[in-house]
Design a protein around this ligand. Structure first.
Ligand code: SF4
Length: 362
């Protein structure tokens, strides 16, 4: 085994070890939820996966942000094999994935979608930093910006690697099929291009492995969980209440939700799938009339409590924090809340809404 192969093996071991550890923890958290049946009606579940996840149907209801998100997501699917290709290339610059690594049409797709993802990242920044929609109030904006920069770094390092490969004649695909990389390669001359080729492929691989590790520990867990959550969506008619199990021993019967373990495993998964997009907050009649409840902050607060592995009560007897409105300086204030205010707002929202659940006995 050469030094590059040993370094890659070590990086993979560390990355998958850290990822697996947190993924297992989260899986255990979800399994602690109450049972609910979500393995029936497989054709409807497969259809939801195709339409909502692959087709991005819900996000495309808002054309601008939807298209931006869809291009990044589709780019992720198309570029997925380049992860394996890059790992092979990191070990041996003269090797590639059999068949696919030498296909011109795939090189073209990679170039097109790499540029598309970069455009999507720029559009996302323009929306977040330029437009600053109200629906992002209370979301983890700094972390979302970091993730966008990370995605941008992954795609830029991929394009730089392909360009330097072409400049060095290491490409297995016809260079004309990769117009963007070919164009950049025209500007690369000299001995340093060989260094750039090694640096770009390793930066690319390490950024991907770092991203894999970071996601399950971050607030943007939805990137990993959302597709799974869509599969377990409710396929029955909406609004139907779950039947009460009268066979259960009376001591085990609990109404409402006082701790995360009073939620079903699907409800726990729902909290981890929140993208913090704020669309629910945008259309919430209570929030829009200046009331304390923000459905987004409720879900975010629940997610934080579930992730903290806490069995503490979701509802405290005496409120210790200020209301959403007080904490945020009014529910319509634009994004960029201070961390302390966001935490307080989230707790207040959780308390407010969970009290509602309890009163309703849902
Ligand atoms: S719960 Fe609200 S903020 Fe979270 S993903 Fe759903 S609509 Fe967006």
């Amino acid at each position: 085994m050469n030094a590059s192969a040993a370094a890659l093996a070590l990086a993979l071991l560390v990355a998958f070890g850290l990822f697996g550890r947190q993924a297992w923890r989260l899986y255990r958290r979800v399994r602690e939820g109450k049972p609910t049946s979500r393995f029936d009606d497989l054709p409807s579940r497969a259809r939801a996966e195709a339409v909502v996840v692959v087709g991005q149907s819900k996000l495309l209801q808002r054309l601008g942000p939807g298209l931006m998100h869809a291009v990044i997501f589709w780019g992720f699917i198309v570029l997925f094999p380049t992860i394996v290709i890059a790992m092979i290339g990191a070990v041996d610059p003269h090797a590639t994935l059999p068949w696919l690594g030498a296909q011109g049409w795939y090189a073209l797709l990679v170039d097109v979608f790499a540029v598309g993802v970069l455009a999507g990242v720029v559009a996302a920044y323009a929306i977040r930093l330029g437009q600053r929609p109200k629906r992002f109030a209370g979301s983890h904006l700094a972390e979302a910006n970091l993730i966008l920069a990370w995605i941008g770094g992954i795609v830029i390092s991929l394009l730089l690697w392909h360009s330097s490969q072409i400049a060095l004649g290491l490409n297995d695909y016809p260079r004309e099929w990769a117009p963007v990389s070919n164009l950049i390669s025209g500007a690369l001359h000299g001995d340093w291009v060989a260094v750039l080729e090694r640096a770009a492929v390793w930066v690319h691989v390490l950024l991907i492995l770092g991203f894999l590790v970071y996601l399950p520990y971050s607030k943007h867990l939805h990137i990993l969980v959302a597709a799974i959550n869509v599969f377990f969506t409710r396929t029955r008619r909406r609004g139907r209440l779950e039947p009460i199990d009268f066979e259960q021993p009376e001591a085990d019967v609990r109404f409402g939700a006082a701790t995360p373990r009073d939620l079903t495993w699907k409800q726990l998964l729902d909290t981890m799938s929140c993208t913090e997009c704020g669309r629910c907050q945008d259309v919430c009649p209570a929030y829009n009339t200046g009331k304390e409840l923000s459905p987004k902050l409720l879900i975010m607060a629940l997610r934080d409590q579930v992730r903290a592995e806490s069995t503490a009560a979701l509802v405290r007897r005496r409120p210790r924090v200020q209301s959403v409105g007080q904490a945020a300086g009014g529910p319509h204030r634009l994004g960029g809340w201070p961390r302390r205010a966001r935490t307080a707002a989230g707790r207040a929202a959780a308390r407010c809404a969970v009290l509602g659940w309890l009163r309703a006995g849902v």
